[in-house]
Design a protein around this ligand. Sequence first.
Ligand code: 3H9
Length: 701
Amino acid sequence: MSMLVSYHRIDELGVITINNPPVNALSHGVRQGIFEAVAQAQDDDSKAVVILCEGRTFVAGADISEFGKPIQEPSLPQVNAAIESSAKPVIAAIHGNALGGGFELALSCHYRCAVPSAFVGLPEVTLGLLPGAGGTQRVPRLIGVKPALDMMTSGQKISADTALTMGLIDRVLDDPLPEAAFAFARDCIVEGSPLPRIRDNQIPPDSFSSEDFAAYRNMLKKRKRGQEAPQSIVDCVEVAMAKPFEEGLTFERSRFVERAQSGQSAALRHVFFAERQAPKVSDLDKTVSPRAIQRVGIIGAGTMGGGIAMAFANAGVPVTLLELNQEGLDRGMALVARNYGMTVRKGKLSQQEAEARQALIDGSTDYQALASVDLVIEAVFESMDVKKQVFSRLDEVCKPGAILASNTSYLDINEIAAFTSRPQDVVGLHFFSPANVMRLLEVVRTDQTADDVIATAMALGKRISKVPVLSGVCYGFIGNRMLRQYAREAQLCMIEGAEPEQIDRALTDFGMAMGPLAVGDLAGLDIGYKARQALTDDQKGDPRSYCIADALVEMGRLGQKTGAGYYKYDPETRARTSDPAVLEVIEAQARKHGVVRRSFTDGEILDRHLLALVNEGFRILEEGIAQRPSDIDVVYLCGYGFPSYRGGPMFYAAHRGLRDVYERLLALQKQTGEAHWAPASLLETLVLNGQSLDDWAQTTN
Ligand code: 3H9
């Protein structure tokens, strides 16, 4: 038997132990080992078999890195069939997570027990897959069609208690593993045959009608826009209802293979590994360890500061929120309270938990309150003069070794660091609004940031459930630097002939959470307007890239908050409609700037936006601002609503083909005469050398 799986006897029990750290994924060796152990148990005089796992978790699923390669037998469905056909009861003993193929393994057992802290789930959908080892056939037979669909199309983890209530498991264990599972197994022996096999359960034929299925599919079309896997899951459940078990398994298998080979799944698997890669910093001194962060100070109790405070409180880290005056502080604290209140009303948090979190946030108007904190994050007005005042003051009050962070979106953090006598302790921590929700955290390393400060920032990001991505210092860092190119294209497409609706639709059809102009209306057009007021004409760049926005603001159309921006908004429902007045503004601006308007195809709009992102992404890579291409993907996925099933802008480019991207950029350059379409030199080099982005990433990291 393989090293990964062992079999031994304890009295009348046969015990199969899986040991494949870190998450006991079902690699070929593990499948082989379980298969052999189950066979062995059939031949001895054991009366029941317990499957349990070493380490921090039960089996967390198939080995994701094996997908896309030929399957080596025994396959997981074969292993599961062997378990289910065992003549002796097989009991799964779950701790940690039983996910995906891991939970399917447990579903093939005759009984399932779990410790109270365990979770079960079928998260395959988040990888563009469906449960491919019997899950789509067994779960509806176990808990009914509707709960099965909800569980598999959401991919959500389910706690042991809830799983028990739903009927997914048979017992929540009061005592520790493995003894409690052994005791449960002995109870199962007493129960005797026939062994409960989920495959034998009947789904009541009238429990879910074809109309119900149609309605469910429609709901998914809206909620999981553009995604293929959720619909495939419904297909499989429909078959589970209509066909015998074996036929259902064959159908599931064919759909699983189809999904595993799809572009969407390749993209989502890329995202899975990209998010886990992002916090790793390749050039840090390996001997440093993160500084301890027990208390955090936040300066500025606006929307951003309040959101950051909540992100820490949600992770159990106490926060001191600092404002200049009591009035501002009261406003900020009220905002936090309102946000927590909303979460409670939505049923996402208990009143008690919300109060406990809120209690972790206290306020002050005195810088001395920051004297003992381990980290300060400044989230004040974006002006170098203001930052100078704040950081000089922090330099005076903060204890030695405290990390001084700025949440600036655009300003030069090297310059900010120079306002202190301890530039090695200064770092950028760039959160995205709303900071208690958005998962992205850009960690900005200056020329002097110490290695242990970077290590601390990365660890802290994970601790507060963010995905931290390292960025070098440049205007806008990774995300906003790319966004600028994208936003410019929205303005240029508009003045050159596309209407706001068409632009937004082209991008939402691609899968973006919102179109660029709808985003502008939501954020408020006055924000960009005010920012531009502070710039010289030269800094503002091509007037065609902001003249429409300026004209709208000057008409009092600031976006949703004034009921009108690029669109009109219903004051009650906030429903968005197009507005002929906007078209007039666009046409007037086009005339004023000598632009002859023409019609656009959706594909052209899409290319202009996406390739603007991609080309800037290559520049960011060649300048060493981002560590690796997948980090750029993570930024755009977690911070800017890029569809995860497209893998991010750099994955998109690699998938489309670098040569195609390169040639399209040259064509755009020729067509528009704009210098910004010149392909980035890294892209050019890769295309000329016939090297892939993956290859390049591997050789540079
Ligand atoms: C499936 O099961 C298909 C079947 O239906 C059909 C089959 C026929 N494979 O997340 P962490 C690595 S689809 C390979 O940081 P945590 C991960 O990359 C699968 N590797 O830990 C990381 O590596 P590194 C359905 C995996 O404690 C390390 O383990 N299952 C896998 O924060 C630690 O991971 C899922 O989708 C894997 N399945 O969270 C579950 N899982 O150290 C996916 C993890 O080199 N996994 N790794 O960066 C998870 O959700 C989380 O890992 C888990 C632990 C919650 C388990």
